[in-house]
Design a protein around this ligand. Structure first.
Ligand SMILES: O=c1[nH]cnc2c1ncn2[C@H]1C[C@H](O)[C@@H](CO)O1
Ligand SMILES: [Zn+2]
Length: 385
């Protein structure tokens, strides 16, 4: 790396303080390890592989590091297992909002599957209300600690199950009460999103928004179905769109019809680099398709997916990308504005976040960098003179 790129690289502290926007984060993939242990004790959940929080954190990370989406998803048995009571859901949601705010996230859409939290006798509505209460509590606590964050919920239906329409109706019912959209997740191979067309058609008739996990473990057909059959507003991951992009030896690039459609229509890609490394969708940060997709000006965004399983945060994701691609604060701002433009809240609110929070935040950090640069230049000219 040249001294120029080192001087331009944001520091860890700047990355953390930079305003960030997160569109793809699973509530049941982001618990604090200590909270999993506490909740298991409190609710009588006896199946945790460890009761020491550090050992448990390592277990989640290693077990998820399997190279297969199916095995990665098995680890959720334990987090979902301890999220079956109202108090547990409120606590997990509040801590999620606090942790994201502490990490410099100013806007987040956090998803979870209500149908997976009914074992303790809660109704779907009670699940949504508990999580909403937790998010509001976390936003308040964050504000008391000097951070501002807004968190919206996405309701996920599991693609192997048959409750998508019911969950879509639930998302619509809570639309103006903290729920901003709908998603489907779960193992991709063998579970095409077209099985849930009734849910997507219902949401379209209601002028509502949805994203679909597609193009993660399975390639282009899954992305094509999500967009052209189901009408997804965004792609959860979508990273395999790279299979429709040809880079020739002379550096020229050719987009296939689907990749061209995704770029032309500005379809947001909710890219999750660390998660992709764990499930085998990419082999290293430096080889992750995000580098090419950013260069080609796709509507790429950076996301965490599952902070517990991937031992990550938004700041960590950006640190990896800064190291792999030499990204600067300008690149971070580009990804952040892309994400804010792609959020499911109304246009005027997205615009206000961009103009009043994101741009001023980056301008402030860049001005710090300018002063650092002046100090660096005058110090080196003194030594050289
Ligand atoms: O990366 C993912 N791909 C597909 N499904 C996922 C991913 N991460 C989490 N999930 C599943 C497991 C969770 O229990 C569910 C709802 O958050 O969504
Ligand atoms: Zn996901």
């Amino acid at each position: 790396m040249t001294s120029q790129t080192i001087a331009n690289a944001p520091t860890s502290d700047q990355i953390r303080r930079a305003p960030k926007v997160l569109l793809h984060d699973h509530l049941d993939g982001g618990l604090r390890p200590g909270t999993v242990v506490d909740l298991a004790r409190g609710t009588g959940y006896a199946d945790l592989p460890h009761t020491d929080p550090d050992k448990l954190a390592l277990w989640f990370h290693q077990a998820a590091d399997s190279g297969s989406l199916e095995r990665y998803l098995e680890t959720f048995t334990h987090t979902v297992g301890v999220m079956q009571t109202r108090d547990a859901l409120v606590r997990v949601a509040a801590e999620c909002a606090e942790d994201l705010a502490e990490d410099g996230v100013v806007y987040a859409e956090v998803r979870y599957a209500p149908e997976q939290h009914l074992e303790g006798g809660l109704t779907l509505e009670e699940v949504v209300e508990a999580v909403n209460e937790g998010f509001r509590q976390g936003e308040r606590l964050a504000r008391e600690n000097g951070h501002r964050i807004r968190v919206g919920a996405l309701l996920t239906a599991m693609r192997h199950a048959a409750r998508a329409l019911e969950i879509a109706e639930l998302a619509n019912a809570y639309r103006d009460q903290g729920v901003v959209g709908f998603d489907i997740a779960g193992a991709e191979a063998g579970h095409p999103p077209t099985r849930h067309l009734d849910a997507f058609e219902y949401l379209k008739r209601e002028n509502n928004h949805f994203t679909i996990h597609a193009g993660e473990a399975f390639g282009l057909p899954s992305i094509w179905q999500a967009l052209q059959w189901c009408g997804a507003d965004r792609l959860g991951h979508g990273v395999r769109i790279i299979d429709d992009i040809q880079v020739r030896d002379d550096g020229t690039v050719e987009l296939g019809r689907l990749a061209a459609y995704v770029r032309d229509k500005r379809v947001p890609l909710e890219l999750c680099p660390s998660s992709n490394l764990q499930t085998g969708a990419a082999s290293s940060y430096a080889d992750h398709p995000i580098g090419l997709l950013r260069r080609l000006h796709f509507r790429a965004t950076v996301n965490t997916d599952n902070r517990l399983m991937s031992h990550t945060s938004m700041s960590r994701e950006f640190e990896h990308l800064v190291e792999a691609f030499g990204y600067t604060l300008d690149d971070m701002q580009w990804f952040t504005v892309n994400a804010m433009k792609s959020a499911f809240i109304p246009f005027d609110e997205r615009l206000a976040m961009i103009n009043d929070v994101i741009k001023p935040g980056y301008a402030e950090l860049k001005s710090e960098w300018l002063f650092r640069q002046t100090a660096y230049t005058s110090a080196s000219s003194l030594t050289e003179g």
